[in-house]
Design a protein around this ligand. Structure first.
Ligand code: ADP
Ligand code: MG
Length: 233
C-alpha cells in the first residue's frame, strides 16, 4: 500500500494536498489539468521534493527523508532517459547495476526483460538505431529489471502515435502488472486511463483526490473532471 497521510506539497506559491491510499499491485492513472500538480504528486513518492507536511509511506515504511535512489521506486519519463552511447542491453542493464558489472543472474534478467518487451533481436543496437516505440520499450525493460516494487510513469508515451501508445499501454499491463509492480501513471489522455488503469486519482484545484475506479469516475465524472474533459453541465 502506498499512502499519502495528510500530505502537503509546496512549490513556490503552489500548494497540493493529498490524503489517500493506493493498493499494492494496482494500476492508477493520475489525471488533471496541466500545472495541476500531477508531477508534484509523483515527486513526493520519488523523493525529488519533500512534503511540507504529512508522510508518504510504502508498505508501512515512511519514505520522507530517504534519498531518491534509496526508495523502492523506478521511474519512467517521456524522454525515456536512454544513454545514446550504450546499447539497448546496456541501457536496460543500468536498471540492475548502475556500474554495469553484471553477474550471470543479472544478464539473464536483462535478456528476459528485453524478450518480454519484444526486443531480444535488437539488444545490440544503440538508441539512435531504434524507433521511438522501440526506445520506449527499452526504457520499460529497464524499469522492469530495476527490482523496485513501485513504478512511476510521468506522461511516458505521450510522444508516441496512437497505435504505438496502445501497444505500450498493453505492455504496461502485461509486463509490469504481471511482475507484481504497483504502477502510478500520469497521463493527460483520459483514454490512457480507460485503457490501462484500475483506478483514477484526479489532481485538480490544489488537491489529489482519493482514487475512484476508472469505470465509475468516467461514468459519473465529478465537476473537476467534467471541467477537464470539457463536458458541459
Ligand atoms: P502537472 O504535472 O500537473 O502539469 P506540476 O506538478 O508539474 O503540474 O506543477 C504544479 C505547479 O507547481 C505548477 O502549476 C507550477 O506553478 C508549480 N511549480 C512546478 N515546478 C515549480 C518550481 N520548480 N518552482 C516553483 N513552482 C513550480
Ligand atoms: Mg507534469
Amino acid at each position: 500500500m502506498l499512502t499519502f497521510d495528510t500530505v502537503t506539497m509546496q512549490q513556490g506559491s503552489f500548494v497540493l494536498t493529498a490524503d489517500l491510499m493506493i493498493a499494492a499491485g494496482s494500476v492508477t492513472a493520475v489525471i488533471g489539468p496541466s500545472g495541476g500538480g500531477k508531477s508534484t504528486l509523483l515527486s513526493a513518492v520519488a523523493g525529488f521534493l519533500e512534503p511540507a507536511k504529512g508522510q508518504v509511506t510504502w508498505d508501512g515504511t515512511v519514505l520522507n527523508g530517504h534519498p531518491p535512489g534509496k526508495r523502492p521506486v523506478a521511474m519512467l519519463f517521456q524522454d525515456n532517459n536512454l544513454f545514446p552511447h550504450l546499447t539497448a542491453r546496456q541501457n536496460v542493464a543500468l536498471g540492475v547495476r548502475p556500474d554495469l558489472r553484471l553477474q550471470a543472474a543479472d544478464e539473464t534478467a536483462v535478456a528476459a526483460a528485453l524478450d518480454q518487451v519484444g526486443l531480444s533481436g535488437l539488444s545490440d543496437r544503440k538508441p539512435a538505431a531504434l524507433s521511438g516505440g522501440q526506445q520506449s520499450r527499452v526504457a520499460l525493460a529497464r524499469v522492469l529489471v530495476a527490482n523496485r516494487p513501485l513504478v512511476l510513469l510521468d506522461e511516458p508515451f505521450s510522444a508516441l502515435g496512437p497505435a504505438l501508445k496502445r501497444d505500450m499501454l498493453g505492455l504496461v499491463r502485461e509486463v509490469l502488472v504481471a511482475a507484481g509492480k504497483t504502477v502510478v501513471m500520469v497521463t493527460h489522455d483520459p483514454d490512457d486511463a480507460l485503457a490501462v488503469a484500475d483506478q483514477v486519482v484526479l489532481v485538480a484545484d490544489g488537491a489529489a483526490h482519493a482514487p475512484v475506479s476508472t469505470q465509475q469516475i468516467f461514468d459519473a465524472p465529478p465537476p473537476a473532471l467534467r471541467d477537464y474533459l470539457g463536458i458541459d453541465t
